[in-house]
Design a protein around this ligand. Structure first.
Ligand SMILES: [Zn+2]
Length: 70
């Protein structure tokens, strides 16, 4: 199981948790969330900030155990 809390990634004061079985699933959920809930912040975020956000996300997900090893 992999999980990311919105506030871990950005300075948003937000408790949203994206939970999934794979990194892709979690990444999908957090992007959908960011694009809807943090639309304004994302629109003004510099490209560099977005790249750092994705790096941070991968870093967190890499440390977490996948639910199953197929
Ligand atoms: Zn959020």
């Amino acid at each position: 199981m992999k999980k990311i809390i919105c506030r871990e990634l950005a300075k948003f004061d937000c408790d949203f948790e994206a939970i999934g079985e794979t990194s892709d699933e979690v990444t999908d959920k957090i992007f959908t969330h960011a694009e809807t809930i943090h639309q304004k912040e994302m629109a003004t975020m510099p490209e560099e900030g977005k790249i750092r956000l994705v790096e941070k996300m991968n870093e967190i997900l890499d440390k977490q155990e996948p639910l199953t090893n197929l």
